[in-house]
Design a protein around this ligand. Structure first.
Ligand code: GRF
Length: 201
């Protein structure tokens, strides 16, 4: 299956995808970013993956930007879109063109703490467990159906940065795993409840 990855930052999740699934179950055919200075773009270029930047400033609005982004990804042959630390919301038109084929990794146990500053929100709330969720993207903010989750205990007094460091290796495991399952066609809607997914062979 051909996949595209959307990034905004460091790209550690992109690196995990390149190392664990690229050229195997999945071919990463495009990497796009809303930021020209995203370090992740260098990783993609080093791996020989076509890269393009869709900066806010270059488009009249989000609808136009996301339409151009979707056009380019489809031109590249993308069948699946992975948002890996992509810090912009995708508009409804984009989501409709890749319905149930967009997957996101989020550093909380959804539906708790959607949106930005998820880790800080969890620490401020004093939760005893934290975790990572990999889910399909729908029109809401981190509201799509859940593919995979893993929880960890939150050590007392931990900082946001420290908790993020504990969660990142989990992201780097769960996201490639979910992409592999999607590529294998092993993620289906539960006929009994379309909000839920049946995951596995
Ligand atoms: C990840 O922790 C992800 O959960 C969050 O943004 C971060 C991106 O990290 N949404 P990276 O760019 O993949 O290193």
């Amino acid at each position: 299956m051909n996949a595209a990855v959307l990034v905004s930052g460091t790209g550690s999740n992109l690196r995990a995808l390149i190392e664990q699934v690229h050229g195997r179950e999945v071919q990463i055919v495009a990497v796009a970013s809303d930021r020209g200075d995203a370090a992740a773009l260098g990783l993609a270029r080093d791996a020989g993956i076509p890269v393009r930047v869709f900066a806010k400033a270059d488009f009249p609005d989000r609808v136009a930007r996301d339409a151009a982004l979707a056009d380019w990804l489809l031109e590249q042959g993308a069948e699946l879109v992975v948002t890996a630390g992509y810090m912009a919301l995708l508009d409804a038109g984009f989501i409709a063109r890749f319905r149930d084929r967009i997957v996101n990794v989020h550093p909380s146990l959804l539906p708790a703490f959607p949106g930005v500053r998820a880790i800080e929100q969890a620490i401020e709330a004093g939760t005893r467990v934290a975790g990572v969720t990999v889910h399909l993207v729908d029109e809401g903010v981190d509201t799509g159906a859940i593919i995979a989750q893993r929880a960890i205990d939150v050590p007392q007094g931990i900082s946001g940065e420290e908790l993020h460091a504990l969660l990142q290796p989990i992201e780097h495991e769960l996201l490639p795993q979910a992409v592999r399952l999607l590529a294998a066609g092993a993620v289906r809607r539960d006929p009994a409840n379309a909000r839920r997914l049946l995951v596995g062979a």
